[in-house]
Design a protein around this ligand. Structure first.
Ligand SMILES: NC(=O)c1ccc[n+]([C@@H]2O[C@H](COP(=O)([O-])OP(=O)(O)OC[C@H]3O[C@@H](n4cnc5c(N)ncnc54)[C@H](OP(=O)(O)O)[C@@H]3O)[C@@H](O)[C@H]2O)c1
Length: 301
């Protein structure tokens, strides 16, 4: 198949691209970068450098993934940063939807990223969210709700829209785990905040497998929580990470270390949510890494 990925140069996009190339798909990565670093020598991999995707770029693609979005962790959430978070997700998705609508032969599947922050973030809550639950009223909840709503502009009947509510992706190359590892290695790791907040994690390999599962035309659902079947509390997560790194995980992580590494984006670990991948399970998705200890061991080996 011919598959386009906007935001394909990022942590998730690169991993997804490699998996798609391994399965002999043709991949078109859309990037703002004029001379992107090739992540593979495969002649099935193409880069399209553009600040504004047009219908002609999408004609004859079978699937388009939209993974673009300005990084929210590790930066101060100033007014202008928040404008970039919004523009790079909501406005960017609206523009992509317009380009899809203008295609003579549009992609048959459009998969748009969202995040489990959709459900709101809580310092201490036992509720478990599934795909039918309502968005939270906090900043990230509303950002995700607007991001998802932007896909509703698809007018043609040929394109099926699917939403991926992505959990905390575990990968040593980036994201929350890569930021936590040095803290734990410096003997400063431990529970964050109350330690009771949910951490709905997913191994990066299961994430890309779930994306490929979402590409299949026969899927019944259109919204999928991409999280492992057993979300953990932050306390349990810290204990597992400490064990995997052979470090203590008893004392709370100092706020100073968190602020230095995550900035205001530390909300993604100081607060959280328990999320169930109800639709993936219902449709028979097979998780390679349902167990956190095994997932961490594999990632850190
Ligand atoms: N990683 C996670 O744990 C996680 C969890 C939940 C949701 N998500 C969401 O999943 C998506 C991909 O995540 P990721 O971890 O792969 O992110 P990432 O590594 O930061 O990559 C994001 C990509 O978005 C593009 N981008 C950044 N700023 C942009 C802007 N202002 N306008 C247009 N494109 C822009 C970049 O592409 P170019 O620079 O090449 O143009 C980059 O490749 C993001 O939207 C993120 O919010 C991630």
């Amino acid at each position: 198949m011919k598959i386009g990925i906007s935001g394909g140069t990022g942590l998730i996009g690169s991993k997804l691209t490699k998996e798609l190339l391994d399965r002999d798909h043709e991949v078109y990565i859309f990037t703002r970068n004029k001379s992107p670093n090739r992540i593979s020598d495969s002649n099935l991999l193409n880069y399209i450098s553009t600040n504004s995707i047009q219908a002609k770029d999408l004609e004859n693609l079978d699937v388009i993934f939209n993974l673009a979005g300005e990084n929210i962790a590790g930066v101060r959430w100033t007014k202008s940063a928040k404008e970039e978070f919004y523009k790079s997700r909501v406005e960017y998705t609206k523009h992509l939807v317009d380009a899809i609508n203008a295609c003579k032969n549009p992609p048959s599947i459009f998969i748009n990223a969202s995040a489990i922050g959709y459900y709101g973030a809580y310092p201490d809550s036992n509720s478990t969210f599934k795909e039918t639950d309502q968005p939270g009223e906090d900043y990230l909840g509303q950002l995700c709700a607007d991001w998802e709503s932007a896909t509703k502009g698809i007018l043609n009947l040929k394109t099926q829209v699917r939403i991926a509510r992505i959990g905390i992706v575990l990968d040593t190359k980036g994201g929350a785990l890569a930021k936590l590892i040095p803290i734990f290695k410096a003997f400063l790791g431990g529970p964050i905040g109350s330690g009771k907040q949910g951490m709905s994690w997913i191994h990066s390999q299961d994430l890309v497998n779930a994306f490929i599962f979402m590409m299949e035309p026969k899927r019944k659902n259109s919204i999928f929580n991409l999280t492992a079947p057993e979300p953990k509390s932050n306390f349990e997560f810290a204990k597992s990470l400490g064990k995997a790194l052979n470090r203590p995980s008893f004392f709370p992580t100092p706020n100073l270390a968190l602020d230095a590494i995550f900035g205001e984006g530390s909300i993604v670990v100081t607060q959280g949510q328990f999320v169930s991948p109800t639709n993936l399970i219902e449709e028979g998705f097979h998780f390679q890494f349902p167990d956190l200890d095994i997932a961490l061991k594999k990632l850190l080996q």
